[in-house]
Ligand binder design. Structure first.
Ligand SMILES: [Zn+2]
Ligand SMILES: [Zn+2]
Length: 227
């Protein structure tokens, strides 16, 4: 199962490299969107799914609002939100114990606190690890290496995780040399963009370095909506 997922991921990674931004962010977003769709369309009446969501007090901010962009989610969302509001009402339905207002508040806060993480975040992390392992496994593959060199690199969170998951010194060296190469190139583009903002050179047309500041933002802070 894991092997076939990894092989499918190889193609997903190659395709993600043709798009703007960290390829692992692109793959991660696709995982999460498909997970959310699957939950909404197939598993909304699954008692375990509903219990996990109640324990988490709903999806995190990113994933909750991402759901509102999906099609046909009104019924599923209404069912989930009613569940969550009932859980909140139950959590705050507690009588004062006569031990002061602080203790009373602490008691309510404790009952309100999530006892689990956002299920979409849990899924995202698991799938990201598989994607990162695939990327590391195929770093010596000429097709993936060429595709990766066309990108602006891995975002810092994914690069850091890839460093943690690298299996041996060969994977580590390949990862470092790829990331160094593309980041240096991105730095050069930023320098060119900065130079062209100098009034002495303002007549020069801005080229592909025009969006380098946004690509760099995607590297330092990861792509939008990924975490
Ligand atoms: Zn990323
Ligand atoms: Zn989440």
């Amino acid at each position: 199962m894991e092997t076939s997922t990894k092989d499918r991921l190889y193609s997903d990674l190659i395709e993600a490299c043709t798009k703007t931004g960290c390829p692992l962010c692109r793959v991660s977003l696709a995982f999460v969107r498909s997970y959310l769709d699957n939950t909404m369309y197939e598993h909304i009446n699954d008692p375990d799914v509903r219990a996990d969501l109640r324990d988490a007090r709903g999806y995190c901010n990113t994933h909750a609002w991402m759901l509102t962009e999906r099609h046909g989610v009104v019924l599923g969302m209404a069912i989930i939100q009613r569940d969550l509001l009932n859980a909140v009402l139950e959590a705050i339905d507690v009588a004062p114990l006569g031990r002061g207002v602080r203790q009373y508040t602490r008691n309510i806060l404790q009952r309100l606190r999530p006892s689990a993480e956002c299920p979409a975040c849990v899924h995202r992390r698991t799938m990201e690890d598989i994607a990162i392992q695939t990327l590391l496994k195929y770093l010596n593959d000429a097709r993936l290496a060429t595709a990766l060199d066309e990108t602006s690199g891995l975002c810092l969170p994914h690069f850091s995780r890839a460093l943690e998951l690298a299996q041996d010194s060969e994977q580590l060296e390949r990862l470092l040399s790829f990331q160094r190469r593309v980041l240096e190139r991105l730095c050069d583009e930023l320098s060119e963009l900065i130079r062209k903002h100098n009034y002495c050179f303002q007549d020069e047309e801005i080229g592909q370095e025009g969006d380098s500041w946004l690509r760099a933002l995607g590297i330092t802070s990861a792509e939008r909506k990924v975490r």
